[in-house]
Design a protein around this ligand. Sequence first.
Ligand code: TXA
Ligand code: MG
Length: 329
Amino acid sequence: MNAFFSSNETIILPCDSKGIEKAVQLIRGGYPVGLPTETVYGLAADAFSGEAVARIYQAKGRPSFNPLIIHIAHIEQAAEIVEFNDEALSLAQKFWPGALTMVLPLKKDAKIASIVTAGLDTVAIRMPSHPVMRQVIKAFGHPLAAPSANKSGSISPTTALHVKESLNGKIAAVLDGGIADKGLESTIIYIGADEIKLLRPGPITSEELAQSSHLPITEYKADGQNPVAPGQLVSHYAPSQPVRLNISQKEADEWLIGFGDIAGDDNLSPSGDLTEAAAHLFSALHRGEKSAYPRIAIAPIPLEGIGKAINDRLGRAAAPRDEQNTSQR
Ligand code: TXA
Ligand code: MG
């Protein structure tokens, strides 16, 4: 399939110095590689190379109008790409490295390939905390563009095996850094002059953001027709079967994903812990998808803290899937 690998199988690289070296070598050669982050696995390529980034879109089967997140290893790398105002800098100091993505104005002389931003004059950027991801960015020396490492429109991967199952033969390799422990994509915010817009709820909650900023946090509601974050289309994170939400009693043809006291065929967190539920969500959806059941049902999840992000993902998994709604990620 490329100069490095002759087979059509995606290789799972062990997370040792050889594996990391191989991943960096592939990225240098312009080939996207699946990499672990603390949120979900990313499909990473050189953010300065349009050709390398185009291969991400190709492997995911993703429409190219959807811009990607740039991953950096230290703040100086970010300062070469985006304009920080005081608010952005203070949030970076508070939440980086970690699961907060900020949409910031792109610097005029930034070397980011325009395919990364889909031609926008802003760019989404974050500093991941996963040690393996940081090691790869440092060894490579440039920022990496990386969306979640799954086929466009399907469930995000939280293990190397999920990546292989979704993209086998489409990418050369995935580096196995264990389970992505947050289990949900990063929180995305846009910092306006007098408000912070929450574009995508995630592991950093709006309550935590509110505690660290004097600006009000406004929740952006996607209507699917006019998305501010182009990735905010309604149907997302979807298993192949139809999904019903807020179900306590399943029907005979349903695979029930439980929570707390609602046991189910699977359970996001028997003790009712929302952070644990977030970490298990995508794995549970993968298991439901692989089950023999034609429909998936999901127990009610409280709408508080990270429960908001879980419900956001579930709403997308259950949304009707017409042409307008899908075709993203
Ligand atoms: O946790 C994460 O964020 C994972 C890991 C791999 O880091 N990445 C991820 O990337 O979820 P992706 O490409 O699946 O989601 C990127 C989101 C999309 O919804 C996209 O529309 C939005 O970021 N986005 C990117 N650039 C933007 C911009 N300039 N303005 C508004 N939204 C933007
Ligand atoms: Mg994604």
